[in-house]
Unconditional design. Sequence first.
Length: 346
Amino acid sequence: MKILVTGGAGFIGSAVVRLAVARDHAVVNLDALTYAGSLENIANVADDPLYAFEQANIRDRAALDRIFAAHQPDAVMHLAAESHVDRSIDGPGGFIETNITGTYNMLESARSYWVARGKPEEFRFHHISTDEVYGSLGAEGMFTEDTPYDPRSPYSASKASSDHLVRAWHETYGLPVVLTNCSNNYGPFHFPEKLVPVVILNALAGKPIPVYGEGLNVRDWLYVEDHADALLLVLEKGALGRSYNIGGENEARNIDLVKTICGILDQKRPKDVPYADQIAFVQDRAGHDLRYAIDPSRIRDELGWRPSVTVEEGLERTVQWYLDNEDWWRALQNRDGVGQRLGSKG
């Protein structure tokens, strides 16, 4: 299979690219190389004959048409997106243009290509989304694929819009699509603006470790390499027009996650005082959803998938990766927004 992966130099996209090439799929990586993308993320496959790279933006329809014609993929995995809630609060326009208009461009380019090839039955357009489209949960309950959409931030609203477009292109034009909505990812190559890498890097630098509010917000944590495995499985075996929720089966409060990371660092790189002493509670994010939790029954029952990594195992691996790859994250420290409080304009 030849797979066109959008956003393949980003965090989740690069995990998909690395795994797909390891499984002998040909991969065309389409990435605009914005602030969160890095070719270092896929350096280990850069010289593989199964791999090709195209620097392009999904806002550019002409570039997309050229790439489809040149590479003739058998499937699309659409991951390219603006994805940081805090950035969406400060500047929602880029999220509308990339996540909504960019997805529209991808759908139209893919549809034109699919029609021109005679609508091959094996073609797939896999749209990768987030559990944040469902809104916020209370102390009980879980998101299922039938949970009504209730997005609360510019980011989640833009992703909800893109999900609706994908479903409409399937219903209206027959484009063969599958969709996935995932919980919070973490792991190697995570751009240093999200919670897990911020905790690790601030701890190592001796800086305050910021925790929004009282740290009581709950998330389901999914190790990124598990997620990549699930995404390829849905691409290959998911039912057309079907959506699948992908969760890590690892719910944790933010404060407990932060303390776990600090405890791992206490063991791996001990110092005179516990890293948890650096925790600093800061003003909460505007519209901060209380809890997300995924019911993964559908992907488990229909496709036989479950996560292989517990949150304790995954965090230990992640901390060790950051300790072993200082050159990677040091090179990103001067990129836009890194080390700054974002989302405060809300």
